[in-house]
Design a protein around this ligand. Sequence first.
Ligand code: ZN
Length: 328
Amino acid sequence: MPDSERLYLGLDVGRTIRGALVGCEGHIFTQRRVVAEVSDPQVFIDQLVDTINTLNSAEEADGRVIAAGIGWAGMVDQRAQHVEVTPNLVDISAFDLHHELERATGIPVIFDNDANVAAYGEWRTGAARGFEDVFYASMGTGIGAALILGGRLQRGSRGFAGEFGHFKIDMAGLECACGSRGCLETMASGPNIVRRVREKLFSDPSFSISQLAKDMEGTLVCERVFRAAMEEDELALSVLRETGMILGTALASIINLLNVEVVVLGGGVMAEGEFLLGPIREEAQKRTMPPAFENCRIVAAELGKDAGIIGAALLARDSHKDSFLAGN
Ligand SMILES: [Zn+2]
């Protein structure tokens, strides 16, 4: 079959399982989503098998699916193709899921973590296209990141590199879910942006006129903070400005350390990224060695929520090609 007719499956697995049938250049033909089962591992595995089999038997697939890529919200041992830790999902670490999925679907599968596949998508068809040295960070409920250096995705020795969310920014900071303290995630993730809005409102009476004050009784979500910022709410603007400064400080260390050409920022928190990008750039510039900053752009991601499914499929495309060429 000519390369141009080959199709791939891309799955992005978190609290929602998203799967897509993707063309060899990253075009999405069809997609499916299902809320992930969080208590029964066998039901969860059946959901994954069903997602792959349904996409593979879709009319558009036409027997042309070559391989599937899966990005996991968690830590994946790259060498063993084993999912080690999935903080917000059912615990599947005891299963040989890679073998199980290949057996149940008859399709070669490749695992990676969700930030790596999203970065791969942005690198191949999105905001990092054409660059060789890229830092990608995804900001949502958690903060993940991926590194492309010298034109290769770098995963570290076992696949655990890129845990940018657990970058230490405050020695005396809050306890983090990882067991440490003062991680970037404890300040700049979606839920922590909301936490800081609440704290600021209670500690500074001048913010009591904020439109967010009346939301405090119910569930305040990060999207609401961005909406308030669009309406020029001072409290929302102040917390987002500060969030940008925190992220800019963390990114300055990345730029100083790695001298990347581009920093791509994605994830749900960046959906209204203009409130963050300005302060991020300003703060990063103050804290980066000037020649390294001048050589580096800081931009918003382009593929939105599809980065993971497109990237997982393209990673499957390129990995399959590599192993084929290597004679495996
Ligand atoms: Zn942490």
